[in-house]
Design a binder for this molecule. Structure first.
Ligand code: COA
Ligand code: AMP
Length: 243
């Protein structure tokens, strides 16, 4: 059966405000387009991409979710570093990841349009373009609606549904650990994703009102090309949610 990657992005005054994607069969195009175009609250431009994908791999299970609460972002960040160290990231490199997101990882201390790639051993930045970074795309849930119900029923949000899918694909593609907190000033939680521990949600990882954030993927430099290809090109569906 042919599959399609459908991606929507919207901007307001030249600034990215909303993005979403699905992997669907052709008969699902009308309802999915209706859903995606309603997603951004306010925008002045929207782009929809519909692209045929030749094959779709199935990831059996999502990363398992664990949640930790802290009284300050400083404590949350300290915990994040400890989790990254457990995944084999040297402490100095883990700390570099935190500092990059704290200061804005893009040129001039701005946010990026994708993720930073750091060599797990040396901390060297590997992404070809420091303003753009690398975006993980072509990932979705096999039965998104039932996973959504389960996750929302367990007290999580739609945002976690999407972030969990993205992090699951990242680990599947050979990212050895990921650190993320949003650039949305109102959203202070973030996560560390690690193969053995899963999706470790950490609340808070930044102060309310802080407009900086991003994603750092810790990878092996020798596998740069292969990991980038997987993150950007290989289409994947996740079968089951692990709670
Ligand atoms: N942040 C900032 N700018 C973005 C952006 C983002 N997340 N996504 C797209 N843009 C802007 C950039 O200017 C980009 O140009 P660039 O390639 O030079 O950076 C431009 O839009 C064109 O992007 P496009 O090629 O249309 O996007 P894409 O095909 O790489 O798709 C999205 C990206 C929109 C799918 C992705 O950013 C996104 O939001 N994904 C949703 C994540 C998710 O929830 N996944 C799990 C689903 S279960
Ligand atoms: P968000 O979780 O949407 O608030 O995004 C936080 C940061 O993650 C953004 O500032 C980008 O730098 C980065 N980002 C957004 N989308 C992607 C993606 N699809 N893949 C990798 N990084 C992304």
């Amino acid at each position: 059966m042919p599959f399609l990657s459908v991606r929507m992005r919207a901007s307001l005054l030249g600034r990215h405000v909303s993005g979403a994607e699905r992997i669907i069969s052709p008969e699902e195009i009308p309802p999915i387009l209706c859903e995606l175009i309603r997603r951004p609250k306010k925008y002045d431009a929207m782009k929809i991409t519909i692209e045929k994908v030749s094959s779709v791999e199935v990831i059996r299970n999502s990363l398992k979710i664990r949640s930790y609460k802290f009284s300050s972002p400083e404590d949350g960040r300290e915990f994040a570093v400890k989790e990254l160290v457990k995944a084999g990231v040297p402490e100095t490199v883990a700390q570099k990841g935190v500092e990059l997101l704290k200061g804005g990882p893009g040129p001039g201390g701005r946010v990026m349009r994708g993720a930073v790639l750091l060599d797990i051993n040396s901390g060297e930045r590997l992404e070809p373009d420091r303003a753009r970074g690398i975006r993980t795309t072509k990932i979705d849930w096999k039965d998104r609606e039932s996973v959504r119900k389960k996750l929302l029923g367990a007290g999580f949000t739609e945002r976690t549904l999407d972030a969990l899918a993205l992090a699951t694909k990242n680990i599947h593609c050979g990212v050895l650990a990921e650190l993320c907190w949003s650039d949305d000033p109102t959203y202070t939680a973030g996560y560390v994703a690690i193969p053995d521990r899963g999706y470790v949600r950490i609340d808070p990882l930044k102060h309310e009102g802080d407009p900086l954030g991003g994603r750092v993927y810790f990878i092996l430099k020798d596998r740069l090309k292969e990991v980038m290809g997987c993150l950007q090109e290989r289409a994947m569906l996740i079968d089951s949610l692990q709670l």
